[in-house]
Design a protein around this ligand. Structure first.
Ligand code: ATP
Ligand code: MG
Ligand code: MG
Ligand code: MG
Length: 576
């Protein structure tokens, strides 16, 4: 590629709304251009990186036996009504109407469509296992789009979906995807951790997030430096709460007046680590006994952050709920429970909670547990209006550095991460809702066992930059750099020798398979170097009259303090 043919547009200053370094640098390097909140043009320089990310993903998906297809961005609501997600998903789901007033959605993910394909196409056990994937535009109407491509509203995701005959097969598919993800993130050249993640509404224990380590990450991960233990902190805290949840459920059925548990009951059994950000608490369950009371240990605990109209909570319109110390929307909970919102029972907090220690909070009297009759539990909720606004997620942490690792093999450390990938065993959640069956060896219909596997293609760019930059700009890992090397001839427009040497080296590098750019703009060296340091090209070769006289060119890696003088004839080998 030659610079004059390509499109280069660098900026000295980042726009004021770019809060994190990756967003600033991507804007300055001309990789993206904002079109609206969370919506970006991917400019030529940025698109080259995206294509390289996609290529690596495709290669590893194919290696793992996944097959590529492409599912539509705009999807008929009917499929989403089958699983109930059309109604239950919160405002993140973009719903649109066509000219006939028919409902559609812009896909945030594709479980419904892929399951619809599977139930029509995969009829016999002989066709299983199958793993379909695509790399497609997603839309999620994020409450707070920010950090450029890291939390966009329109973004690109690779999503894969596996279909298996049974749980054992699905576990194998999951493991194969897990291994593929490791190869992918290794090839990206990023420092990451695969951490156990909350399976939330689906349950089971097969879910891992791939987290790129970065201080600006929105997630926190806990790991044990002396063992393999690593988890999203949400899970670490959720796990700590599991026994408490079970006990709480029992406690609630045992209260003399069902639905009227006191604060003491709740606090004692939950061992609540509430903080000032929590203004209310909601208990929900999918299993009610014949009297309509909470029956089993599947109780969920939602901590409400901020003031919310309970009618909105009921309608699934509120985000920023935490359930069992993970973020959970009411719609997510409902999605799992498959029940009407009426089963969500809030506990009204009549007085602000008081902080007694940095980690635990006294919850004193004035709690009233919601009953299970429709609407009873959404009345009389009194919010602590004087409380500070909910802010950092960290406020709710109750796992801290130095806590013992759950595997007993050391103590926990905490670091921040960016979720770039997520693998998830779904079981029969979608196949059941959509009746996706196949005929087994005995000719009987059986539900397919599913898994889903996402990678945030565009988010990778932000994550890679958060991890690899310096004061001058981006430092791309070579595998995903927009160009692997840039040739910077000094005086390309004036010196015949320089031009000839640069053109020749360019041809040789291209022939050797190097993705090289020749900067033929005739820019002054300072401006030219600043551009390529900002863009983050891993290798730079400077061709000058002075060097040529000595038969030398200057080769400098983006992280090197100084250039190495290399004989003209050895340059190709040194760049390779
Ligand atoms: P997050 O917790 O950051 O909101 P998620 O858990 O909602 O992400 P998944 O549903 O697991 O996301 O989607 C798979 C992948 O898609 C994520 O691991 C992430 O890399 C990417 N992704 C999700 N939301 C966004 C977004 N708003 N912008 C860019 N990438 C995203
Ligand atoms: Mg999300
Ligand atoms: Mg997440
Ligand atoms: Mg996720």
């Amino acid at each position: 590629m030659k610079a004059t043919q390509f499109f280069i547009s660098t900026l000295k200053e980042a726009p004021a709304d770019a809060e994190v370094v990756s967003h600033q640098l991507m804007m300055r390097a001309g990789m993206i251009k904002r079109l609206g909140a969370g919506i970006y043009n991917y400019m030529p320089m940025g698109l080259r990186v995206i294509r390289k990310v996609e290529r690596i993903i495709r290669e590893e998906m194919e290696r793992a036996g996944a097959v590529e297809l492409l599912m539509p961005v705009v999807q008929p609501a009917e499929l989403w009504q089958e699983t109930g997600r059309f109604e239950k998903m919160g405002p993140e789901l973009m719903r649109v109407k066509d000219r006939h007033d028919r409902d559609y959605i812009i896909q945030p993910t594709s479980e419904e469509v892929v399951t619809d394909i599977a139930r029509q196409e995969l009829r016999s056990y002989k066709q299983l296992p199958k793993n379909f994937y695509h790399i497609q535009t997603k839309f999620r109407d994020e409450r707070r789009p920010r950090f450029g491509v890291m939390r966009g509203r329109e973004f690109t995701m690779k999503d894969a979906y596996s279909f298996d005959r049974d749980e054992a097969g699905a576990t194998k598919s999951y493991e194969s995807m897990f291994a593929a993800y490791k190869r992918i993130f290794d090839r990206f050249g990023l420092a990451y951790r695969a951490v156990a993640a909350d399976t939330g509404a689906i349950g089971g224990d097969l879910s891992h997030e791939f987290q790129v380590i970065a201080d600006t990450g929105e997630d926190a991960i806990v790991y044990c430096p002396t063992s393999d233990y690593a988890a999203n902190i949400e899970l670490a805290e959720g796990v700590a709460l599991l026994p408490a949840r079970a006990a709480a459920a029992n406690a609630l059925v045992r209260t003399p007046t069902p639905g009227k548990s006191t604060c003491a009951d709740v606090a004692q059994f939950l061992g609540l680590p509430l903080t000032q950000t929590v203004k209310s608490l909601v208990l929900a369950t999918d299993e009610l006994d014949d009297k309509g009371d909470i029956a089993k240990s599947t109780i969920w605990l939602l901590l409400l952050r901020g003031d919310h109209d309970m009618n909105e909570v009921k309608a699934g319109k509120v985000e920023g709920l935490r359930g069992g110390f993970r973020f959970a929307t009411v719609s997510e909970i409902e999605d799992h429970f498959g029940t009407k919102p009426g089963y969500l029972g809030p506990i009204g907090l009549k007085k602000p909670v008081k902080i007694v220690a940095d980690r635990t909070v006294a919850l004193m009297s004035d709690w009233v547990c919601g009953g299970n009759e429709a609407d009873v539990h959404i009345t009389g909720v009194n919010w602590g209006r004087d409380l500070p606004e909910p802010d950092a997620v960290a406020d709710l942490r109750n796992v801290v550095e130095g806590d013992p690792s759950p595997d007993g093999k050391g103590v926990l450390a905490i670091q921040r991460g960016i979720e770039v990938g997520h693998v998830f065993y779904l079981g029969t959640k979608y196949s059941k809702a959509m009746n996706a069956t196949f005929l087994d060896e005995t000719g009987k219909p059986k539900l397919m066992e599913m898994g889903c596997y996402g990678i945030g293609v565009t988010r990778i760019l932000g994550a890679a930059i958060e991890q690899n930059h310096d004061g001058r700009g981006i430092i791309w890992p070579v595998s995903i750099a927009p160009f692997e090397a840039v040739l910077c001839p000094i005086g390309y427009d004036r010196s015949e020798e320089v031009k000839t040497a640069a053109d020749q080296l360019y041809a040789e590098l291209k022939a050797a398979g190097v993705d090289v750019l020749l900067d033929d703009r005739g820019e002054r060296p300072g401006a030219m170097f600043a551009d390529w340091e900002l863009v983050g090209v891993p290798q730079r070769v400077v061709i000058s009259d002075r060097g040529l006289k000595e038969g030398l060119l200057e080769v400098q890696g983006r992280r090197d303090a100084e250039a190495a003088k290399i004989a003209t004839t050895d340059v190709v080998a040194s760049v390779l």
